[in-house]
Design a protein around this ligand. Structure first.
Ligand code: SAH
Length: 252
């Protein structure tokens, strides 16, 4: 069978180290629930996943990879197309897990989609560019802590699992990679208006140099009840609990 030619615009770097592939697959805690793999490529993770997971699908945008997978795994359930265009609640009415060596050019968009679908996505194991993986798992006070860190950490426990060097891919990427796992919290709804929470997190991080109070004024909210400690703070110092408190202290 002809190998798939790696296409740069699709972020294709194929993992060729079987031990690392197994380590990623074994990082999933949940084998009973439906599982979707994003970007299987030539199936280095797929071949292990297909043996273990009874309700398993892959989503792949590259027609050449799809043809390869169809021939190699005739029984595989393949969703052909762009993962970012999928309507997950239409496809699944129960909790699902997501796994993948993600295409790095759209990995943030994939994680925003996870956040938007937090009602049904209860676990993610993913490989990212190392900096992105570190940022997602980073605690407050760290310079890497950003919008997606807060939004995802509000609903998921995130663990940085291990580094992956460029040499185990073909072709090797220019960056180091890292694998993280997200497990949805038992009680994953917030004690505040979640839409407001998202808007506050975005408004404050998008205007990092301003104080919290000044940046959230742009949301047309009443900040007069905001505790004094938030007059000076910067967003990267605030925990999820602080953002929840802010949301409960401002009024539309
Ligand atoms: N999992 C494979 C391939 C990783 S490369 C491995 O580890 O070897 C990233 C894969 O994501 C490629 O197969 C690429 O075609 C696919 N991809 C890129 N953009 C995508 C999208 N929007 N939706 C689904 N798959 C995508």
């Amino acid at each position: 069978m002809e190998k798939v030619r790696a296409k740069k615009h699709l972020g294709q770097h194929f993992l060729v180290d079987e031990n690392i592939a197994q380590k990623i697959v074994n990082s999933l805690t949940n084998v009973e629930k439906p599982l979707i793999e994003i970007g299987p490529g030539m199936g280095v993770l797929t071949k292990y996943l297909i043996q273990k997971h009874p309700q398993f699908s892959v989503c792949e945008i590259d027609t050449e990879s799809v043809e390869y997978l169809k021939e190699k795994y005739p029984e595989l359930n393949i969703i052909e197309g762009d993962f970012l265009k999928l309507n997950l609640p239409e496809l699944y009415d129960e909790n699902i897990a997501i796994i993948g060596n993600f295409p790095y050019n759209i990995s943030s968009q994939i994680m925003f989609a996870v956040y938007d679908n937090r009602e049904i996505v209860d676990e993610v194991v993913g490989m990212f560019q190392k900096e992105v993986a570190k940022r997602l798992a980073s605690p407050p006070g760290n310079k890497d802590y950003g919008i997606l860190s807060v939004l995802l950490q509000a609903h998921y426990d995130i663990e940085y699992l291990f580094d992956v060097p460029p040499g185990v891919f073909s072709p090797p990427p220019k960056v180091n990679s890292g694998v993280i796992r997200l497990i949805r919290k038992e009680n994953f709804s917030l004690d505040c208006d979640e839409r407001l929470f998202k808007n506050v997190v975005k408004a404050t991080f998008n205007q990092r140099r301003k104080t919290i109070r000044n940046s959230i004024k742009s949301l047309n909210v009443d900040v007069s009840k905001l505790p004094d400690k938030y007059l000076k703070e910067r967003p990267e110092q605030l925990s999820v609990a602080d953002f929840v408190e802010i949301c409960n202290q401002i009024k539309h």
